[in-house]
Design a protein. Structure first.
Length: 540
């Protein structure tokens, strides 16, 4: 959270909000426009308000729409309740919009001056977070102070325009936006409120505004306020929106004082094309790389036991977009919570699902995974193999924080064996003698991964392994049929390095954070004996 958002040394900014007039607040025509958009979506919708904007809360209350307010300060939320005449049913979530993403997805997200509250460097991250919280057919409606390219003001120009062109309007309504441009630091692309006040004070000293007008600006509490405010150029704003969204509509309020300077954008998510290549590569895999029938039996047994114990009101999280796990959970009539760093992965692997059911997608990587939710079960298909040892520790810490007190973490985790006694000849002899009815890749994976493992860097490069297997084929050591099992999987261009710990190594890490309840080794494919760990919190 930015320090200037929470200034402890001076009177909280929210105490002065009652003095702020449109366009600092949404105008009547802005609110009428937003009301129309809400009604078009219907009453049974989820609305997220970024901040605690009383006008938006009041509108939703009047329409009977439930809202979630997402604000860095619960004090602000509660204080501004005094301005809400039609109080809606509300949920409050504390956090900042750049550093936190909510698990829920919303039909409409409303933001009054939210872009202006950011720094330019955080704008793209903010939009990425919004996209993650918006339903595929949802609307993001921000209202934003903008400026034209090369637009410049001085205090003198701002007050002259106010006197000559905006007679009869309140000075705060008519002049503040231009005052902000006059105080703007174009090099840093922001203004500091106290600098805007200095201009007003200078205008007063020069007798260009009177005591009453300056006194109103004193009520706004700008004088010692180090709050930073970003006013983007219109061209930049639209261009950045278009990176992730479609601009469905741009509404400029009807009031004369708005003068096309505070648009309401209606944004919809761009529909990404599904990356069929991801789905095809996973489809080309087979057990034990994908979960086998015997693996799934283990996960299903744990799931059934938890349902028997607690009923169907349980929450199950999957680390990754594994379609087999998603099917299993949906078959039980449960919601599958899916955490994946890549929405492309999630959408592509959805094509391989066989069972329709409810899902909640959490677009986060497991190393930094955070959620307000607590889970009864967390499933992992080789998730701990996808990161380095430090990443494993981070994932385990997150798993512990996400599990309910009696929750379980079920993790299929590949392990390497000692290289001692292994050779290419030895591995091939075992394959050709015992497992030639299976593919070389699937039946001998643990042996080859262990033999080629880079112990110095503690990983195996899938691209390098593919290169070595290709060389073995070119040198006539393995046959075309044997090598074919390595083709069509995308390994030749993969940047993925897998961590395959020894048994004692991974169990030492696991025991630091969790309690090993049991270790199950399902029926092996070839030489691959891959354990499934059932773990609980240490104090369970």
């Amino acid at each position: 959270m930015r320090k200037d958002w929470k200034e402890e040394k001076i009177d909280p900014f929210v105490h002065h909000w009652k003095y702020y007039l449109p366009p600092a607040r949404a105008s009547p025509s802005d609110l009428k426009f937003i009301e129309k958009k809400i009604l078009e979506k219907g009453k049974n919708i989820k609305v997220l308000i970024l901040g605690s904007t009383p006008e938006y809360r009041n509108l939703c209350g009047k329409l009977g729409v439930e809202v979630t307010c997402f604000d860095f300060s619960k004090y602000n939320f509660e204080y501004l309740m005094n301005e809400v005449k039609h109080k809606p049913k509300e949920t409050f979530v504390e956090g900042d919009w750049v550093g936190k993403v909510l698990d829920e997805k919303f039909d409409i997200i409303l933001g009054d001056n939210v872009v202006n509250m950011l720094m330019k460097k955080d704008f793209e991250k903010f939009l990425s977070n919004i996209a993650k919280m918006l339903k595929d057919d949802g609307l993001f409606i921000p209202r934003t102070y903008i400026r034209d390219q090369d637009e410049r003001y001085t205090g003198l120009k701002a007050v002259k325009e106010f006197r000559e062109e905006r007679k009869g309007q309140h000075i705060h309504t008519a002049m503040t936006r231009n005052l902000f441009v006059a105080a703007y630091d174009f090099e840093k692309d922001m203004l500091v409120f106290t600098n805007a006040y200095k201009i007003m004070k200078d205008l007063h000293d020069k007798k260009l505004i009177n005591d009453e007008e300056l006194d109103y600006y004193n009520k706004l509490s700008l004088e010692n306020r180090e709050f930073k405010f970003f006013i983007p150029e219109k061209i930049y704003l639209d261009k950045t929106f278009l990176d992730l969204f479609k601009i469905k509509e741009t509404f400029y309020g009807e009031e004369e004082y708005l003068r096309d300077q505070l648009p309401l954008h209606v944004l919809t998510k761009k529909r990404k094309k599904i990356n069929y290549d991801i789905a095809n590569k996973w489809k080309n895999q087979s057990p034990p790389i994908r979960p086998s029938k015997y693996d799934l039996d283990v996960f299903e047994k744990v799931l059934d036991e938890k349902i028997k114990e607690k009923g169907k009101d349980i929450k199950v999280l999957i680390l990754g977009s594994t379609p087999e796990f998603r099917d299993l959970i949906n078959e039980k009539g449960l919601t599958a919570y899916v955490s994946d760093y890549s929405e492309d992965n999630y959408k592509a692997l959805s094509l391989l699902k066989k069972t329709k059911g409810k899902e909640v997608f959490i677009n986060q990587d497991w190393v930094n995974l955070k959620s307000e939710l607590k889970f009864d079960l967390i499933f992992a298909e080789a998730s701990l193999n996808m990161v380095n040892p430090q990443g494993v520790e981070s994932i385990l810490k997150n798993v512990v924080s996400l599990l309910k007190s009696d929750g379980l973490f079920i993790s299929k985790t590949w392990q390497r064996i000692s290289k001692e006694g292994l050779s290419i000849k030895n591995i091939l002899d075992i394959y050709r003698t015992k497992y030639k009815n299976l593919t070389l890749y699937n039946s001998m994976n643990v042996y080859f991964m262990s033999y080629f493992y880079d112990t110095e860097n503690n990983h195996i490069s899938l691209r390098k392994r593919h290169s070595v297997m290709k060389k073995l084929y070119e040198d006539g050591i393995i046959t075309k049929k044997e090598f074919s099992s390595y083709e069509g999987l995308g390994y030749e261009n993969s940047n993925l390095n897998l961590y395959m710990p020894l048994k004692e190594e991974i169990e030492s890490i696991l025991k630091r954070y969790m309690k090993i309840i049991k270790i199950i080794i399902p029926k092996a494919f070839g030489v691959n004996k891959i354990p499934i760990y059932v773990l609980s919190k240490k104090d369970f």
